[in-house]
Design a protein around this ligand. Structure first.
Ligand code: UDP
Length: 194
């Protein structure tokens, strides 16, 4: 039985398992593999936003971020192995990407924050290949953003535009993005750059 609340289901996976599965998808997956992280607010958003709910259903992995959600899943009798916070997952996946030469693209947040995130990650992981970065304030129906990301050769895309914007954007642009993993990381760039 998949851990679920209302119409949102999450994967009952550990951090290590989620990382291994995501790494495999980045190396040899076909199309866009969306990794979503959800908390209690996201569960409520999915009830009123059918596009976001569809993006969650289309996700390759849905991770339980947020102590409240993890508690509620346990209370409902479908616990998850552990909480997998989006920012922790981003940093672990970045380390893997650096070790394996998988190029990373950073999309989202204000210009200063995304640039600062690129610098901070590069400083922590000197082998990391940053395929490109761009702020998150663009017209979401402009197809050139996804085309640029595809052209960059990125295998891992971190999207930090907040829930539900980031997941909906990935879903609507997946046909333009090519073969890569896309991870919604909310406000993570503001934290990592800060
Ligand atoms: N953001 C963005 N584009 C937008 C709106 C927000 O890139 O059109 C970024 C914002 O700069 C921040 C992140 O998305 O880094 C999360 O934003 P917010 O705190 O509003 O969302 P939440 O954390 O509540 O999901």
């Amino acid at each position: 039985l998949k851990p679920s609340i209302w119409s949102t289901s999450v994967d009952n996976v550990s951090m290590d398992y989620a990382l291994a599965k995501t790494r495999a998808a980045a190396v040899s997956g076909k199309g866009v593999s969306l990794v979503s992280t959800v908390n209690a607010l996201a569960v409520m958003e999915a009830e009123k936003n059918s596009e976001y709910a569809a993006a969650l259903r289309s996700s390759f992995l849905t991770l339980a971020d947020g102590a409240g959600l993890v508690w509620a899943l346990r209370f409902l009798g479908t616990p998850v192995q552990e909480r997998v916070a989006g920012i922790d997952f981003m940093l672990r996946l970045t380390r893997t990407a650096a070790a394996e030469g998988l190029p990373v693209y950073l999309l989202g947040a204000k210009g200063e924050a995304v640039k600062g995130t690129a610098e901070a990650l590069k400083e922590q992981y000197p082998d990391l290949v940053i395929a490109g970065w761009r702020d998150g304030y663009f017209n979401p129906s402009d197809p050139s953003v996804a085309a640029d990301i595809r052209g960059s050769g990125a295998k891992v895309l971190f999207v930090a535009m907040g829930i539900p914007r980031q997941e909906v954007w990935v879903m609507k642009n997946s046909h333009l993005l090519g073969d890569m993993v896309a991870v919604g990381v909310g406000g993570a760039f503001d934290v990592v750059s800060g």
